[in-house]
Ligand binder design. Structure first.
Ligand SMILES: Cc1cc2nc3c(=O)[nH]c(=O)nc-3n(C[C@H](O)[C@H](O)[C@H](O)COP(=O)(O)O)c2cc1C
Length: 177
């Protein structure tokens, strides 16, 4: 089982990226969580560059292929000005017209309990993109420090239990279908 994890933060010490790396660390045998690190390298989305039967930028082709090959996607993103960060939205825009995204199972991890606007916004975006939102698997992690590491998240009982819930729910959802 393959899970693609996408962080909305470009920050080197990102707590959202650390949470996804912790998810990967806790994944059981038979499940691989790949953390995608290239959203900053994707070109700005332009419909002129996304025309059927015309070559697409190489990174976009790879990104779409990775999305197509995974059984589910897990997203953790910061909230910027009550929305999602621009580069992350740009990555989603590259998936809108892609045949590989519609129907994909998606789980959201919110790393900041006070940031609810971006989560609501993201749910609306993903529903519009015909994602299959596994809402029962969504979690919030109480990460108050901006400098938390993957190891610290794994070692935290509350965080590791909630991440374990995500992994269990993903396995069940994929096995059911
Ligand atoms: C430009 C900018 C705008 C932000 N806007 C919000 C906001 O509207 N609401 C909020 O709760 N936090 C906001 N934050 C705080 C970030 O969401 C918070 O620092 C987050 O944990 C960063 O995630 P990261 O560690 O993965 O980079 C903002 C931060 C930045 C840099």
């Amino acid at each position: 089982m393959r899970v693609l994890a996408i962080s909305g933060s470009l920050r080197q010490g990102s707590s959202n990226t650390a949470a996804l790396e912790a998810l990967a660390r806790l994944a059981p045998d038979g499940m691989r969580v790949l953390v995608y690190h290239d959203i900053a390298r994707l070109p700005p989305y332009n419909p002129d560059d996304d025309v059927e039967d015309q070559p697409k930028p190489e990174l976009v082709v790879t990104f779409r292929a990775i999305v197509g090959a995974c059984d589910a996607i897990v997203i953790a993103t910061p909230e910027y000005a009550h929305g999602v960060p621009g580069m992350f939205k740009n990555a989603l825009d590259w998936l809108v017209a892609s045949e590989t995204f519609a129907g994909k199972r998606v789980v959201l991890i919110n790393t900041s309990p006070r940031a609810f606007h971006a989560q609501a916004n993201l749910r609306e975006i993903l529903a519009t993109m015909a994602a299959r939102l596994l809402a029962d698997a969504f979690i919030t992690l109480p990460l108050t420090s901006k400098t938390i590491t993957c190891e610290e998240i794994v070692a935290d009982p509350t965080c590791s239990r909630r991440l374990g819930h995500v992994l269990d729910a993903l396995r069940e959802a994929v096995q059911e279908s």
